[in-house]
Design a protein around this ligand. Structure first.
Ligand code: DQA
Length: 142
């Protein structure tokens, strides 16, 4: 089974980006751990990152075309703005797990609304980089 891990804007800067909020792991560290965790779970994990909304939408479509079992999606700030990503999640009819390193509900008011969460199957947030591992474990059990 195939799992897509999609990361949105500014997540390529993990490791140096506001480490007091997002931690010191780089996205490459996180991706490598998820691929290794996937091997143990019998899952093929493919990781993608883009700062562009449309690229994330294209990968959601590709996940469906390739018969992915689930998608882990950290849409970054597009979480709070993107009706287009919301619609794409609904369109592909795949289990999408919304992931955040931080807990957006503990932060600024503008992070409290999630267009992703309103369409996704589930949300994992607030465990730092471990949020992705928790989500991958959950995806394995689907
Ligand atoms: C984030 C939370 C978002 O509010 C923020 O815009 C991000 C990262 C997180 O993983 O905690 O870019 O998605």
């Amino acid at each position: 089974p195939l799992i897509f891990v999609l990361n949105g804007p500014n997540l390529n800067l993990l490791g140096t980006r506001e480490p007091h909020i997002y931690g010191h792991d780089t996205l490459a560290d996180i991706d490598a751990r998820l691929i290794a965790q996937g091997e143990k779970l019998g899952l093929a994990v493919e990781c993608y990152q883009s700062n562009h909304e449309g690229a994330l939408i294209d990968w959601l479509h590709e996940a469906r075309a390739r018969g992915a079992k689930a998608v882990l999606l950290n849409a970054g700030a597009y979480t709070h703005t993107s009706v287009a990503l919301h619609d794409a999640i609904k369109a592909v009819e795949l289990p999408v797990i919304e992931v955040h390193l931080s807990n957006p509900h503990k932060r600024e008011e503008f992070r409290h609304k999630s267009y992703i969460g309103m369409a996704a199957m589930a949300t994992v947030a607030g465990f730092g980089a471990r949020s992705y591992s928790v989500a991958l474990d959950a995806a394995a059990g689907l």
